[in-house]
Design a protein around this ligand. Structure first.
Ligand SMILES: C[S@@+](CC[C@H](N)C(=O)[O-])C[C@H]1O[C@@H](n2cnc3c(N)ncnc32)[C@H](O)[C@@H]1O
Length: 342
């Protein structure tokens, strides 16, 4: 079972600082969370839940001699565990296949994930407000790769949300090695980073609590992009920063691709705007100083099948005769990072 006690206590504490006069938005959320979590992680919803829980239970007991979340996501060193323990670790983690976001280094085991998520992080990090002491929300965080990197930049607390419970279990498989335990194996200290099994639609209205909100790889999955932007704004404090990463097309203001069928084999892609269009949407939603800070074509070295993700990947989604086009004839994936203040 995943233990959210530390997060809930942390939210109550932050809520008390947020407002002493009336019940704060974070306190309200902390009170709703146990029920929301139980609903989202129920056996009725997810038949595979026992298998994921079993894989967490099978992780060997290991203590890392050091961790690094600033330059990579590395927990422990090869010398912290024996070869049989590393094999047991590998087998338990493979039960949680597919591993899409990463890479991770765990006690000398390299988890070579489908995505080089570290490349996205390197592209955006120079442009964002320093995360030191900030309260950070990562919406659609997958297995939480970037949440660890946000912690590595000194965030006060990081909360990721993602509706996929498999990814949530991947996150807690890693987090289980970062808790400090007392002699009875009870946690006495844990890093202030968590991933909740929730979609953005489960967040309370008007949280207005976070210093930085990330939405990366989510906007094109939403049926109403403007509503998504307004929901992101409602999570931010006055003066807080939005970091938005999404698929874009080349083009002028007003241009947007709404693929009628699939896009790169994905069924749930709704709106892919040009950068000037997205900037105008951000202005329309009341964001201040929206700016485009990075544009990059996705390459088959950044997204590909690996032994940790052996389903199809980018090379299978592109036209074999023209890699600038998807199989359906749309422009191939190009991603951009936007920053704006609230
Ligand atoms: C393309 S991945 C991006 C993961 C990560 N943010 C990154 O940039 O590498 C999109 C993620 O959004 C999540 N997602 C889908 N619907 C969502 C929703 N309604 N609210 C929040 N996240 C959602 C998916 O489960 C998936 O992990």
């Amino acid at each position: 079972m995943i233990d959210y006690q530390d997060l809930i206590a942390g939210l109550h504490q932050l809520g008390a600082q947020q407002s002493t006069l009336k019940q704060s938005s974070l306190t309200r959320w902390a009170e709703q969370l146990p029920e929301q979590i139980a609903e989202q992680l129920s056996l009725q919803r997810w038949g595979d839940l026992p298998q994921w829980q079993q894989s967490l239970a099978q992780l060997p007991a290991l203590t890392p001699s050091s961790c690094d979340f600033k330059n990579a996501v590395r927990i422990g060193q090869a010398g912290d565990c024996s070869e049989p323990q590393r094999q047991a670790l590998r087998a338990a983690l493979m039960e949680l296949h597919p591993w899409r976001k990463g890479p991770y280094q765990l006690f000398g085991l390299d988890i070579d994930t489908e995505w080089r998520s570290d490349w996205k992080w390197q592209r955006l990090l120079p442009h964002i407000a320093p995360l030191q002491d900030r309260l950070v929300l990562d919406i659609g965080c997958g297995n939480g790769y970037h949440c660890w990197r946000m912690l590595g930049e000194g965030a006060k607390r990081v909360i990721g949300i993602d509706p996929s419970p498999r990814f949530v279990h991947q996150f807690y498989a890693l987090k289980s090695f970062t808790r400090k335990l007392d002699p009875d194996n009870l946690p006495i200290e844990e890093p202030p980073v968590d991933v909740l099994p929730l979609g953005i639609e489960h967040l309370p209205n008007e949280l207005k609590a976070f210093d930085t909100v990330f939405s990366m790889g989510v906007l094109y999955h939403r049926r109403s992009p403007i509503d998504h932007l307004l929901e992101l704004k409602a999570c931010l404090k006055n003066g807080g920063q939005l970091v938005l990463e999404t698929l874009v097309i080349e083009g002028d203001e007003g241009q947007v691709l709404v693929p009628e069928g699939r896009y790169a084999k994905m069924r749930n892609v709704w709106y892919i705007p040009s950068p000037p269009t997205l900037l105008s949407w951000l202005r329309k939603c009341g964001f201040k100083a929206p700016r485009l800070v990075d544009v990059c074509d996705t390459s088959a070295t950044e997204q590909r099948s690996t032994e940790w993700m052996h389903f199809e990947s980018l090379p299978d989604f592109l036209d074999p005769d023209d890699s600038t086009r998807t199989l359906e004839g749309h422009p191939a994936p190009r991603r951009a990072v936007f920053i704006a203040e609230c």
